[in-house]
Design a protein around this ligand. Sequence first.
Ligand code: GLU
Length: 427
Amino acid sequence: MKSETISYLPEADKGPWGIYLEQVERVTPYLGKLSYWVDTLKRPKRILIVDVPIHLDDGTVVHFEGYRVHHNTSRGPAKGGVRYHQDVTLSEVMALSAWMTIKNAAVGLPYGGGKGGIRVDPRRLSPSELERITRRYTSEIGILIGPKKDIPAPDVGTGPREMAWMMDTYSMNVGATTPGVVTGKPIAIGGSLGRADATGNGVFFASRSAAEKIGLDIEGSRVVVQGFGNVGNAAARAFYDHGAKIVAISDVTGAVINEAGIDPYDLADYVSKSETRGVLGYPKAEPLPAAELFQVPCEFLIPAALERQITEQNAWKVETKIVAEGANGPTTPAADDILAERGVIVVPDVIANAGGVTVSYFEWVQDFNSYFWTEEEINKNLERVMREAFEAVWQVSQDRKVSLRTAAYIVAASRVLEARAMRGLYP
Ligand code: GLU
């Protein structure tokens, strides 16, 4: 199938969406007959841009720009988080929605891919302002979301509290309590046990699977973590609990290093009490310039912050064996090549951080059944799904002699495009 390249963005934008397109280019030669449908992956199914006006606490009215993108729904409803961050752009939300399509298919979840976001710095809003922005945004995207259409979840800058407001707003608007419209909710309103730490635990499971392949022990290994939010924090705890040494951690406030090891529980306690709400000034470690974080020698490097962190500028300096992507899109394609050349294994985001959406899926199934599982059942099933997904992708990477990212894209794109081909074009 041939078509013109369409663009919703200026040609010059080589932003996150440009990176995603490059990843699709790289997988296309491996898709065989299914490459007939590959343009499907190169454009989102639908994009909604919404104006989100709210009253600030001082009575003034401010407008924010919000988005909800459905990248693909060939295999099931759109699924993916909502990001609140001052740098959110349409290019970013488009890429994040596409990465959800690939992630959900790579892991075998019966979902398409979607993502949303608001360009806002949530740290500058009061709790009541955050409630108003969340409710107004939910109403604005109400024409797209629904438990069988599109199921939002937390992402950077949002969490269970925002999901509770989203669930309530949607439920009030349709006149029926509808827990299955969002995942990552508090337990009291239909959330799932194990969801909060699922992404970080999944990063650990994926890292451990990769380590087994090269005979690397977790016990005594050194770990560097970029980002100490929901993902970085839980991943650090999982490594620490299994005997690894967390040697350096960074967040927006700075970076800290201690070659003897940092206790992530103690650090989390410090962060919750510190004035900056960050790792800066942690007394049991030394300060480190954030730009030097990736050069700290380690066995596992976990980028768990934002996109485009490991680039062609710094990939040469990375001193690790395994990069496990807790964030979405932290490594650029050029950096991927440099890391491959240097023998560094990259466990791609679409596998490494898939634990979050996997337990979101468990939550959604539980909500539909109104029957809830034990934490043990959740974690056991998460571990199984992560192991099976990693093994399948590893096998493809060995058979086709490609990186784990290209292998994951082969598995995922084939599933999406097979569904696409079977459904056909209508109307
Ligand atoms: N925001 C998470 C991600 O990027 C979770 C999405 C979800 O649970 O739907 O995978």
